[in-house]
Ligand binder design. Structure first.
Ligand code: ARG
Length: 467
């Protein structure tokens, strides 16, 4: 480093050549990102090792210097991992903290590492590598959550419960079928994660500040060394682009919206009024004043995490909106949003996976509720269409009158005397009672994707093959 001996306090040792004095304290505070981008240390060092190796391979730096650089970088990696590294805010960010330490460790050779690169492509690289690893982790965690639902669905392929629309009893379904709805949702999330990985799988290093470089670098070599499919194609776009971070956040936002719906159902189902499930002690808390209480705190917090994850997506979209090409310092605000969303999404998925695996299903309560609220009214209407040849609209009307009658008598549809049903329509026979039971209703819904246990088992098998 030409000015490696310069005092970092008076002017910055990395770019301070033309500066007579150091920054104002507030300037230093607003400018520094080391407080949060130190999280990128492993990616930064990996990127630098690949870059130095390529530079030596192309004869841009000597093998001797490359060896020193790589050795120094590895020392720094273990220093940081062991907590033996002093991060300095004066050195702004992770890139300059690592490089300054490298200069201390190996001397002037350290200054050759930054040949043919800029912090603009360096930060794009580090952050992409980090987001890629996070997406891979998210994919694994979603597979776990999907697995938990598949197990519960298998166990409860025959367990009946009320299905709801408008949160009003609609038609009986099985708990297995309801679980499989979440498998579909988290399966789509997992697909979105996979697409996001595919989209970001291009290496930014070598775009340099924005225009590329006159050095004979090999971007395909660094791309390969860092596990990317190929290098990015446009150096201006490369240093301007944060789509990979935005894609991560949008995937996270949609996924956490799904998690919040599950969380809400868990909250509702675990109330004494519903009583469909019992939460395990491991995922609930007590009240300090009301000894009888068991609160679904974990589910409530998962429901709430959606707020900050959505907030992160909107925050970064707003940061990026209207930015001229190429890099602007605004983009430094990308990391905290992604880090926060990632941490909280991981927590939310893990908590939900645990809850789904642990919760006790109260089949008696589900099945009692499944038959109440005239949930088989549609089955009566369908029967009138099928067996008595009524147009559906007329069947709907007759059934509505049957529900009114049952309501008046304070009984369920299946408890109405045959004569009274016949009073509503003469073609009704004893056989109608076959479809008025919850089990018959559920078993009859064998259309593709329907709630019949036989159909639910087919869907479970389909997913097991894709896990
Ligand atoms: N800390 C910066 C960031 O996170 C690194 C890139 C700085 N580039 C620059 N030209 N000042 O965005």
């Amino acid at each position: 480093m030409a000015d490696g001996t310069k005092d970092a306090v008076s002017s910055n040792q990395m770019w301070g050549g033309r500066f007579a004095s150091g920054p104002d304290a507030i300037m230093e505070e607003i400018n520094a990102s080391i407080g949060f981008d130190k999280k990128l240390f492993a990616q930064d060092i990996r990127g630098s090792v690949a870059h130095a190796t390529m530079l030596a391979d192309k004869g841009i730096i000597s093998t001797e210097d490359k060896d020193k650089i790589v050795e120094g970088l590895n020392t720094i990696l273990s220093e940081i991992e062991r907590g033996n590294f002093e991060f300095s805010r004066k050195l702004e960010d992770i890139h300059m903290n690592v490089e300054a330490r490298l200069a201390t460790l190996i001397g002037p050779a350290a200054g050759r590492l930054h040949t043919a690169r800029s912090r603009n492509d360096q930060v794009a690289l580090d952050f992409r590598l980090w987001v890629k690893e996070e997406l891979i982790k998210t994919e694994r965690m979603l597979t776990d959550l999907i697995g938990a639902f598949l197990d519960r669905a298998e166990e409860h392929a025959e367990t009946v419960m009320p299905g709801f629309t408008h949160l009003q009893t609609a038609q009986p379904v099985t708990f297995g079928h309801h679980c499989m709805a979440y498998v579909e949702m988290f399966g789509r999330d997992r697909q979105r994660v996979r697409h996001a990985i595919e989209h970001l799988d291009e290496s930014p290093i070598g775009a340099a500040a924005l225009a590329g470089t006159s050095f004979p670098i090999d971007r395909h070599m660094t791309a390969k060394a860092l596990g990317f499919r190929e290098p990015t194609r446009n150096s201006i776009d490369t240093v301007s682009d944060r789509d990979f971070a935005l894609e991560f956040l949008s995937v996270a936002a949609i996924c956490s919206m799904h998690l919040s719906r599950l969380a809400e159902e868990i909250v509702i189902w675990s109330t004494p009024q519903f009583g469909f499930i019992r939460l395990s002690d491991a995922f609930s808390t007590g009240s300090s004043i009301m000894p009888q209480k068991k609160n679904p705190d974990a589910a409530e917090l998962v429901r709430a995490k959606t707020g900050r994850i959505n907030g992160s997506l909107v925050a970064l979209l707003t940061v990026m909106k209207g930015l001229p090409l190429a890099y602007s310092k605004d983009m430094q605000e990308d990391k905290e949003q992604v880090f926060d969303a990632a941490e909280n999404l991981e927590l939310a998925i893990a908590a939900m996976t645990g809850m789904v695996r642990d919760l006790a299903v109260r089949t008696d309560r589900m099945s009692a509720a499944a038959g109440s609220g005239y949930s088989t009214a549609t089955d009566l209407a369908d029967w009138l269409v099928r067996e008595a040849g009524l147009p559906f609209r007329d069947a709907h009307h007759v059934t509505g009158r049957a529900v009114g009658l049952a309501e008046q008598k304070g009984c369920e549809l299946a408890e109405l005397p045959l004569e009274e049903l016949q009073g509503l329509h003469s073609s009704i026979t004893e056989k109608v009672f076959d479809v008025l039971s919850v089990d018959a209703s559920v078993a009859s819904r064998t259309s593709f994707g329907g709630t019949a246990p036989s159909e639910v088992r087919k869907q479970i098998a389909w997913w097991r093959n894709r896990n």
